[in-house]
Design a protein around this ligand. Structure first.
Ligand SMILES: C[S@@+](CC[C@H](N)C(=O)[O-])C[C@H]1O[C@@H](n2cnc3c(N)ncnc32)[C@H](O)[C@@H]1O
Length: 305
């Protein structure tokens, strides 16, 4: 045992001397990525990877597709975030993954940046989505801290700021370009909704408007949103209904919802108050497309019946 250990230790110590400069640099980059992935947002990278996989699914052979699926499993994509801490992957493996994921992550960003051009930068107070958010926020304390997850250019946050100037607003989004459009008077945080960079019970209120549909693991995204909400805190979600998805053009990874499934996810940790369709309004909101859910996070220790 001792002998084995000493051999492997000598081997490791000798490594820098034996490595070419390039190999050593690559190994260091690989290690940095391991650190980044463990401290940052593995899920966002996995989202990027999955997106690339979806985009290419039709054009790759079965063996490549299997390799990609294995990579997703390797990244812990099919496991809840709490189980994702583990021994760091090998450097060689992470190095090649890094290159692949980095290019795919760029592609996701490009999609959202393109969306940014097509998504209106402002929303009218009379839009049913906006009315629902304002109504919901009217019940919150004047100085409540409200976070929007997947805030895009911050058009909802701007309306909230105008109507409730004393509340503290924070926008989180995965796309840096979008965040740059959010008013500098608000906190802006880059991150993914599956691993929010906030401690438990951070906010009095959290809302998501048309961002849950982009998460490939929406149930975990809802759980994560509830984690950062304090007990008694309020959550609002607005997203599109499943029955419309086949009829509409959408990104390949989008997943739209039924009223019941999101209600079930929320019910694990919150009392659901509303789960209903938004009324029609204007060109963008036809009847039956958008759903609204509101809920209040249960006090600690109160189990769901
Ligand atoms: C359709 S836009 C909606 C933006 C905003 N909520 C609004 O109503 O104007 C969806 C936003 O979700 C963000 N997004 C998508 N996936 C995300 C993720 N995993 N984590 C955080 N934000 C994400 C996108 O970058 C995009 O800005």
């Amino acid at each position: 045992m001792v002998r084995l250990l000493s051999v492997s230790t000598r081997g490791w110590n000798a490594l820098p001397a034996r490595c070419s400069q390039g190999l050593w640099r690559r190994a260091r980059r690989g290690w940095n990525w391991v650190k980044e992935a463990r401290h940052g947002n593995v899920e966002t990278w996995a989202d990027a990877f999955a997106l690339g996989a979806f985009n290419h699914a039709a054009s790759v052979d079965a063996a490549t597709w299997e390799r990609w699926r294995a990579t997703l499993a390797y990244l812990g994509y099919d496991r809840p975030p709490s189980e994702m801490e583990g021994p760091p992957p090998s450097l060689a493996r992470t190095e090649s993954l890094h290159a692949r994921l980095e290019s795919l992550r760029r592609r996701v960003q490009l999609v959202f940046e393109r969306d940014l051009q097509s998504l209106p930068a402002r929303i009218d107070d009379t839009d049913p989505r906006c009315r629902a958010v304002l109504e919901w926020a009217a019940d919150l304390a004047d100085s409540a801290t409200i976070a929007e997850l997947g805030c895009g250019s911050g058009r909802m946050l701007r309306v909230l700021k105008r109507r409730f100037p004393h509340c503290k607003l924070l926008g989180l989004d995965v796309a840096a370009e979008s965040l740059q459009q959010v008013d500098a008077s608000m906190a802006r945080i880059r991150g993914g909704m599956l691993r929010l960079p906030f401690t438990n019970d951070s906010f009095a209120a959290v809302f998501l408007v048309e961002s849950l549909e982009h998460s490939l693991r929406p149930r975990q995204a809802v759980e994560e949103a509830l984690r950062v909400l304090r007990p008694g805190g309020r959550i609002l979600l607005i997203d599109k209904h499943r029955t419309w998805q086949a009829r509409c053009i959408h990104e390949p990874w989008e997943r739209w919802f039924t009223l019941e499934e999101v209600t079930d996810w929320l019910s694990l940790h919150a009392e659901v108050e509303r789960a209903e369709f938004l009324p029609a309004g204007g060109r963008d909101v036809p009847a039956g497309l958008f759903c609204l859910w509101t809920a209040t996070k249960r006090m600690a220790g109160l189990a769901h019946e």
